[in-house]
Design a protein around this ligand. Structure first.
Ligand code: ZN
Ligand code: ZN
Length: 263
């Protein structure tokens, strides 16, 4: 299984997951043109996609979704409340491409099996995803204010992880955002701070994770260096050697990441 972000920030998110024969996009928060360009940089094309699965209705995850589904006749999977919340902004989606999913429901597309799990974010019914092939398990969790035991349990089984490290707490508090927005980001239904990401990732570590992409970094309240350093410090505190035992990288905001891969 391979997984890479096409772009990852509050200006646009999309993640490519593939097995040997099937590829699925998680979120489409970029225009079709930009999705196409990013896929090409990964030596892929959008015609290869079998479906799009959606985490939640925010525009940074859905702004290219309607056009993408129409142009490539792609099924779109989302929870009922996410459908209700994003419907108006998507434009018409063919009836046969409107697919409903519920958290914990097991779905198979080609050799990719996946299920959604609930996250905590200021959206209708936000979810993260766990994907399985016979060889590997990959987890994707961004846009969540905290990590519950249930979420951690889902992610513990994953060898490949795309995991949110949204902000440096100090930068956010000292930064230019209005207090109401800071409060929203810091809340249980906001976004994960670097230190929380580090704490959870280090504790999730069971010698099994092969690769982690830190994702959805704030461009105002974080830097790739800060995110990486904070998470590495949490790993080191538990005696895990980043680079040797844990492959850790930051997903670029507006270009594709490297592939996370498990053969
Ligand atoms: Zn987002
Ligand atoms: Zn969001």
């Amino acid at each position: 299984m391979r997984i890479a972000t096409l772009a990852s920030s509050s200006s646009g998110n999309a993640i490519w997951v593939e097995g040997e024969e099937t590829a699925v996009l998680i979120d489409a928060g970029l225009s079709v043109r930009k999705l196409k360009e990013a896929a090409a940089q990964l030596e892929r094309c959008l015609e290869q996609l079998a479906a799009v699965v959606v985490t939640h209705e925010h525009r940074d995850h859905t702004c290219g979704l309607g056009a993408l589904s129409r142009k490539y006749n792609l099924p779109v999977y989302a929870t009922e409340s996410t459908w209700a919340a994003m419907e108006a902004q998507l434009g018409p989606i063919a009836e046969h491409n409107r697919c409903m999913l519920a958290p914990e429901e097991k779905i198979e597309i080609g050799e990719l099996a996946f299920e959604a799990f609930s996250t905590s974010h200021d959206a209708g019914d936000p979810v993260g995803y766990v994907f399985h092939t016979r060889e590997a398990t990959a987890g994707v969790m961004t846009d969540t204010g905290y990590v519950s035991r249930g979420m951690a349990r889902k992610l513990m089984e994953c060898e490949l992880l795309v995991f949110e490290a949204n902000h440096d707490r100090e930068m956010l508090i000292q930064g230019p955002y209005p207090w109401s927005l800071k409060k929203r980001i810091l809340s249980d239904r906001g976004h994960l701070a670097n230190d929380t990401a580090g704490d959870v990732l280090a504790r999730l570590w069971g010698g099994r994770q092969q690769g982690v992409l830190l994702a959805h970094l704030s461009q105002e309240n974080n830097t790739p260096q800060k995110a990486l350093k904070t998470v590495e410090e949490h790993f080191q505190a538990l005696g895990i050697k980043p680079g040797e035992e844990a492959w850790l990288e930051v997903a670029p905001a507006s270009s594709p990441s490297a592939w996370l891969e498990k053969k």
